[in-house]
Design a binder for this molecule. Structure first.
Ligand SMILES: C[S@@+](CC[C@H](N)C(=O)[O-])C[C@H]1O[C@@H](n2cnc3c(N)ncnc32)[C@H](O)[C@@H]1O
Length: 271
């Protein structure tokens, strides 16, 4: 935790947990339902009864909650103490005194910590590995807790070459201190807002309301997550598939992007 605070003070890390704390005030049954549907669809499972689910970098805790509602025994962890607090708050609201949902503070870069957790039927690391500062080490470590035949669901920002490098600089500036934050937010929040309005008019639907269909997320919170989300690394889908293929994982389901968004891939460990 000490390291976390030092990294934030040094401008090396975005405080995701603070953004997730604010997101929790927007949480509705509809968002929880959409989050659950995204798990059902990608994991191709109606429920997770009898399964164990590890939520790596749990953020708000929304997907831990969704997995727990689907019947899984859940372990959530995050590096950011505020994210851990969010997951605890969701547990307090929806599953108080439940012994099948455990929440810890820890890092996916800490192999000893990961090994202490045991192995799981589903390991979920959505939008996390590229924010650790050591993408490929995290990508490797996250294989440790996957059971034989278990599923590993990862989402990593797509590599867009120069565009990704420019975005990395913008995020770094956002985290550098209050001047960088004000400058980046001052330029990009009005831009994001104008784009969302233009898109709503063009497609005849209110993007601000429709956005929750994307994994139950909130458009405004995602803007800040995107602008500040540092450390920031990227990977091409082929690199991810080759990396995990070399370690005995095959692709089960994928949603690939041709923009800067997340390539989402569900891998299965060969027995
Ligand atoms: C963009 S959020 C994604 C949250 C969640 N997985 C989701 O899908 O909504 C990234 C999360 O990764 C966490 N994170 C960053 N580095 C981490 C690390 N080394 N170990 C564990 N979590 C980490 C951040 O604190 C943040 O909560």
């Amino acid at each position: 935790m000490e390291n976390f605070e030092q990294e934030v003070a040094a401008g090396a890390r975005f405080q995701f947990g603070k953004n997730w704390k604010s997101f929790l005030s927007t949480l509705t049954e509809e968002r929880i339902h959409v989050a659950g549907e995204s798990l059902r669809s990608m994991l191709e499972a109606g429920d997770l009864r009898g399964k164990t689910f590890l939520d790596v970098g749990c953020g708000s805790g929304l997907f831990s909650l969704a997995a727990r509602r689907m019947g899984a025994k859940v372990l959530s962890f995050d590096y950011d103490p505020d994210s851990v607090g969010c997951a605890m708050e969701l547990k307090r609201r929806y599953f108080p005194d439940d012994t099948d949902w455990t929440i810890r503070q820890g890092s996916v870069l800490d192999k000893a910590f990961l090994n202490s957790l045991g192995t799981f039927d589903v390991v979920y690391a959505w939008g996390v590995l590229h924010h650790t500062g050591q993408l490929w080490q995290a990508t490797e470590n996250v294989t440790l807790p996957v059971n034989a035949n278990g599923l590993l669901f990862v989402a990593i920002y797509n590599d867009m070459g120069l565009k990704s490098k420019v975005w990395r600089g913008i995020k770094r500036a956002y985290c550098s201190g209050w001047i960088g934050k004000m400058a980046v937010a001052g330029i990009f929040i009005p831009y994001c807002f104008a784009r969302a309005v233009a898109s709503s008019l063009k497609h005849g639907e209110n993007l601000f309301a429709q956005y929750k269909k994307r994994r139950g997320m909130s458009i405004v919170h995602d803007w800040f997550d995107w602008l500040g989300g540092y450390p920031y690394e990227v990977a091409r889908a082929e690199e991810m598939i080759r990396f995990y293929g070399d370690r005995g994982f095959g692709v089960r389901k994928q949603i690939l992007r041709n923009d800067s968004g997340n390539n989402e891939i569900v891998f299965q460990r060969n027995s």
